[in-house]
Design a protein around this ligand. Structure first.
Ligand code: UDP
Length: 412
């Protein structure tokens, strides 16, 4: 059985048929994706699935990575922070490392990239490769996965100098897009329903998390899964819990996040969370290892309501993950959460702990509504935020680029 057949069981045959139709004019074409890591991080996760799916559709898709010395990553980390709004310093010496590394990597990849029909360059790390491939045959697309809504201008100005040469660029949300002289496409992130994090789990496996984390399955249970980061507002979640507790005394809360040992800010936040939780036995602060995907999956399924009370959020994959499990999400009214939580339909958008508490109480007292919203949330994700939709976005973009400015594109 093929990979696409597995997805057809989730999305329906029509979605897969549509993908095949879109891919037909692209059969045999060479696409090369370039990023800077094969494992770890969202980009690698997406490419791990996107490339085999494109190949199954008859497209000759492949993946190259570029590597550099420590200075290179120091420089690109600063690019990343600057695109997200931090005022970073970038001495010429670091920029030179960036340019030299890209030139060196281009040496190795040049013939393959110049021959390809389409090249996708992911994020700033390999963005300067294009300047080193003067005889390109195909179309080059810069794919930005970063929240660049408020970039630090001097750094964006430097990077833009490379980006303007591309034939198109892709951003995750409209607010992240930039002023550029070429077409920009919006392709929001997506989740893969077939990974450990999102795959269906048996009731027995879900139930195990109750005893493992000392949660009473007969009492209401709310959850937030997030790094311990001020923008995720875990202390605000605890305040919302306390407001709710006045009316629903047996409510339980779990805040699940990764270990913060290598992140000084994370550790400060974690301590703040622990202080705010004090010795309340119904607040569970769970430090999970980075590969606890199945545990997170089970926690999301075991909870009554999932919160993502962020103050700022690029997209919020935890929101998508929870909605895919049929959960109504109470999310902060910000960033990509607004794209997913349709207020009063797939969940509630809130701006304060008091607002979150009000919505928690409402949903726990109206279980029918809670269930209905959860079902709508799941269908909303099926329609909009699964990897098949991301693949459709890519194929549509490719067909569009192939046909340039034609008014009408016929697909057989
Ligand atoms: N996540 C995880 N372990 C944790 C906390 C988060 O595996 O302890 C996962 C979570 O399930 C989601 C991703 O990390 O897949 C976080 O993505 P999101 O877009 O929600 O937030 P980010 O951390 O990128 O700001």
């Amino acid at each position: 059985m093929s990979l696409l057949d597995d997805y057809a069981k989730i999305t329906g045959e029509a979605v897969i048929g549509h993908l095949k139709q879109l891919a037909a004019p692209l059969k045999g074409m060479k696409i090369v994706h370039v990023n800077s890591t094969r494992v770890g991080g969202g980009v690698a996760e997406i490419l791990t699935k996107l490339i085999p799916l494109q190949r199954e559709l008859g497209i000759d898709s492949s993946w190259e990575i570029i590597t550099g010395e420590a200075d290179f990553y120091q420089c690109t980390k600063r690019f990343h922070n600057a695109l997200q709004g931090s005022q970073v310093s970038l001495p010429d010496s670091l920029l030179k490392v960036y340019e030299d590394t890209n030139a060196k990597c281009a040496e190795e990849l040049r013939s393959k990239l110049e021959e390809a029909d389409f090249v996708f360059i992911h994020d700033p790390q390999p963005a300067a490769i294009l300047k080193n491939c003067p005889n390109r045959k195909g179309k080059w697309v810069w794919r930005c996965h970063i929240d660049g809504s408020h970039p630090y201008r001097p750094v964006w100005k430097y990077l833009k100098n490379y980006v303007v040469d591309y034939d198109a660029s892709i951003f995750s949300l409209a607010v992240f897009s930039q002023v550029l002289p070429h077409p920009q496409f919006l392709i929001p992130p997506s989740i893969d329903p077939l990974t450990e994090k999102n795959i269906h789990l048996s009731k027995k496996e879900v139930k195990k998390v109750y005893s493992r984390f000392n949660i009473d399955p007969h009492k209401p249970f709310i959850l937030q899964v997030s790094r311990f980061d001020k923008f995720k507002d875990p202390v605000g979640v605890i305040r919302a819990y306390r407001f709710t507790k006045k009316f629903i005394p047996d409510i339980q809360l779990a805040l699940a996040g990764g270990s913060a040992s290598d992140d000084p800010e994370g550790e400060i936040m974690l301590n703040e969370v622990r202080n705010a939780a004090a010795d309340d036995p119904n607040i569970h602060v769970l430090l999970l290892p980075p590969d606890a995907h199945r545990t997170i999956n089970a926690l999301q399924r075991a909870s009554d309501i999932v919160l993502q009370k962020s103050i700022r959020e690029g997209f919020g994959l935890t929101v998508t993950e929870a909605m895919w499990k049929g959960k109504a999400v109470i999310g902060g009214d910000t960033g990509g959460i607004r794209l997913q939580v349709i207020n009063h339909h797939t969940g509630f958008l809130v701006s304060t702990p008091e607002g979150a508490a009000l919505r928690i109480r409402y949903l726990l007292h109206h279980r029918d509504k809670l269930f209905e919203m959860g079902q709508k949330a799941k269908e909303f994700v099926r329609e909009n935020f699964l990897i098949t939709r991301l693949l459709r976005g890519h194929l549509t973009l490719l067909v569009g680029l192939l046909h340039g400015t034609e008014d009408r594109i016929e697909l057989n």
